[in-house]
Design a protein around this ligand. Structure first.
Ligand SMILES: Nc1ncnc2c1ncn2[C@@H]1O[C@H](COP(=O)(O)OP(=O)(O)O)[C@@H](O)[C@H]1O
Ligand SMILES: O=c1ccn([C@H]2C[C@H](O)[C@@H](COP(=O)(O)O)O2)c(=O)[nH]1
Length: 264
């Protein structure tokens, strides 16, 4: 393999379109799939052919049951599941930005959230290997829930928030991040706190109920009241305080809606 840069190819007669197409990306010149008017795909980078596939995000508070839900659906044929890259957040070249953030959010919030933004973008941009993709959370909830929570609670300096916002705005303006349906696992903060304690992830032992109440409120404002931030897709709300057998019934009831998300 030899390293080639975009600028060397461009001086050899390639233009932006051929460079991008070689990587499987196309610069979209017209609306490729239905979207809210403020989230046009025109002018954005998009992977070729992926406008025909369905993308579903599973959203919900910490320990609401997203991974368990994905695990259940992973047995479905013609469906791929992408979990949150938490293992990367716990170990980037020997460092644990997730633990650092919980220990000292003022200092390390920007570090974790910059890395979350990068790794989530990488998930969104990865080529689809099945007609339906179910993905745990999104670059949108990273910004609208977690960055927002750090900032509003006074734990993120304004300059860090401004830099993350500039990055987020650039990404969502220039890159198409397809989504057809958002499934919201709606829980009470108390349920999440109990499940979080039961899961017992070392970094999260310091999370108080109040933290989960704040992230819950941000989720409710975004996905239920629709009063805070841009909503890129319709929302399917699944009440998720119930025990596991009941949750599996709820998933079965909603299976068709989820799997045909691109026909909604
Ligand atoms: N419906 C449920 N009832 C009781 N416990 C659950 C339920 N769903 C998940 N759990 C447990 O709660 C914890 C958090 O679930 P998980 O799927 O990891 O949540 P998330 O991915 O949203 O953080 C895990 O220990 C899991 O086994
Ligand atoms: O943007 C983000 C996304 C997640 N986190 C934290 C919250 C949890 O401690 C872990 C993983 O969340 P789960 O809900 O258990 O999947 O990562 C964050 O701080 N910022």
């Amino acid at each position: 393999h030899c390293a080639v840069s975009p600028s060397s190819l461009m001086s050899a007669g390639w233009n932006r379109r051929t460079w991008l197409s070689a990587g499987g990306f196309t610069l979209i010149h017209s609306r490729a799939r239905s979207r809210a008017p403020s989230h046009e795909t025109a002018g954005k980078l998009m992977r070729s052919g992926e406008d025909k596939k369905a993308v579903v995000w599973i959203e919900g508070n910490i320990a609401s049951g997203k991974t368990t839900c994905l695990e259940y659906f992973s047995k479905t044929s013609n469906l791929e599941v992408l979990t949150e890259p938490v293992s990367k957040w716990r170990n980037v070249r020997g460092h644990n930005p997730l633990a650092l953030m919980y220990q000292d959010p003022e200092r390390w919030g920007i570090t974790l959230q910059t890395y979350v933004q990068l790794t989530m973008l990488d998930r969104h941009m990865s080529p689809m290997s099945a007609p339906v993709r179910m993905m745990e959370r999104s670059i949108f909830s990273a910004k609208y829930i977690f960055v927002e929570n750090l900032f509003r609670s006074g734990k993120m300096p304004e300059v860090d928030y401004a830099v993350l916002t500039e990055w987020f705005d650039w990404i969502t303006t220039n890159i198409s991040i397809p989504v057809d349906l958002i499934v919201y696992l709606q829980t009470s903060p108390q349920t999440c706190h109990e499940r979080l304690m039961q899961r017992c992830r070392e970094e999260e032992k310091v999370i108080p109920l109040e933290y989960l109440e704040s992230t819950h409120q941000l989720y409710e404002d975004w996905l239920i009241k629709r009063s805070s931030f841009f909503l890129p897709a319709p929302v399917l709300v699944i009440p998720a305080d119930q025990d596991l057998p009941n949750m599996l019934d709820r998933y079965e009831e909603n299976r068709d809606k989820i799997l045909t998300a691109n026909n909604l």
